[in-house]
Design a protein around this ligand. Structure first.
Ligand code: GLU
Length: 303
């Protein structure tokens, strides 16, 4: 398969949509990003790397970080994790309060904000230095020691993070989080602020293709757990557009409001794409289109 040519063709084909959507501006630091950027990188399990355009530009991975947090929590807690957070698609916005109230403080899944705030709380409870430990894990996955938090983005989000603060308060009220609300929120924002390039993300997510034993920085996951983690990505990875992504692309994946999307083709490859302009559901317009074309041209998907 000539993936390089396919990436180049895809880029040409999506140009008519290059000005559709707009970047996230509810986090002031993200509003400053040039929206007219695009990068893509695919890495196969045999180590071939295909990159196009700004595949080496780092961007704010935002909600993609939730997959890393989930992997750590699953590794430490196993199935007992699911007592604190569900694994059903939410069908509501990623920052919705309504469902959390109705369901008495148990978030629908780990990829909505409420769910990831619970993961942040769990990591704080379990680890001596959760911030350093989280970075150590992500760096081991992507093989880059310079991947880091962006404090400007984290603090900017804290300043305007009224909804996430409301979510954390509701979780605390229901006893779903154990630690100090401010500490949990700041750790959650820091995890979201991590910056990585498409090349680094593709490398990191190769670990989730289940082609080799998973052990990074001491965190292990069995093949069965990786299967389950992919299932949660498939059903919950795209806000309330998980069905649409599944329909169009046919791969498990996760998006973030920084405009990044990663997708995993189990046992074959991982692919990362980034472009900051988002659709109304919070997913990258060009990113969705590029991945739809990738599985269409290659006729490869899990279905
Ligand atoms: N830090 C973002 C928030 O909590 C993450 C949102 C996202 O990428 O889905 O709003």
């Amino acid at each position: 398969m000539d993936y390089q040519k396919i990436l180049e063709d895809i880029y040409e084909e999506i140009q008519p949509f290059a000005k559709d959507g707009k970047q996230a501006d509810y986090i002031p630091a993200l509003a400053k990003v040039n929206p007219d950027q695009f990068g893509m990188c695919l890495e196969t399990v045999s180590g071939e790397v295909y990159a196009h355009m700004q595949a080496d530009t780092r961007f704010s991975i935002q909600s993609i970080t939730k997959v890393f947090a989930l992997a750590m929590c699953l590794s430490m807690k196993g199935e007992t994790l699911w007592k604190r957070v569900g694994k059903e698609p939410s069908g509501t916005a990623f920052n919705s309060l309504v469902q959390l109230e109705v369901e008495k403080g148990i978030p629908r899944n780990p990829f909505i904000n409420a769910g990831a705030i619970v993961l942040a709380d769990l990591l704080i409870s379990e680890l001596e230095d959760p911030e350093a430990e989280f970075l150590r894990f992500v760096r081991a996955l992507c093989g880059s020691e310079t991947v880091d938090y962006n404090m400007e983005v984290a603090l900017s989000e804290r300043e305007k993070g009224y909804l996430n603060a409301a979510i954390a308060n509701m979780l605390k009220y229901h006893g779903t989080i154990e630690n100090d609300i401010e500490q949990v929120l700041m750790f959650y924002f820091k995890m979201c602020s991590v910056e990585m390039s498409c090349r680094e993300l593709a490398k990191a997510f190769l670990a989730f293709t289940n082609h080799a034993p998973f052990e990074y920085a001491g965190y292990k996951l069995s093949k069965s757990r990786i299967k389950r983690l992919n299932a949660v990505m498939q059903t919950c990875g795209f806000y309330d557009e998980a069905g649409e992504f599944s329909y169009l692309v046919g791969l498990p994946g996760k998006s973030g409001v920084g405009g990044g999307i990663i997708a995993v083709y189990p046992h074959r490859y991982s692919v990362a794409v980034w472009s900051p302009r988002l659709n109304s559901k919070g997913n990258s317009v060009l990113g969705m289109k590029a991945l739809e074309l990738l599985t269409t041209y290659t006729e490869e998907s899990i279905f």
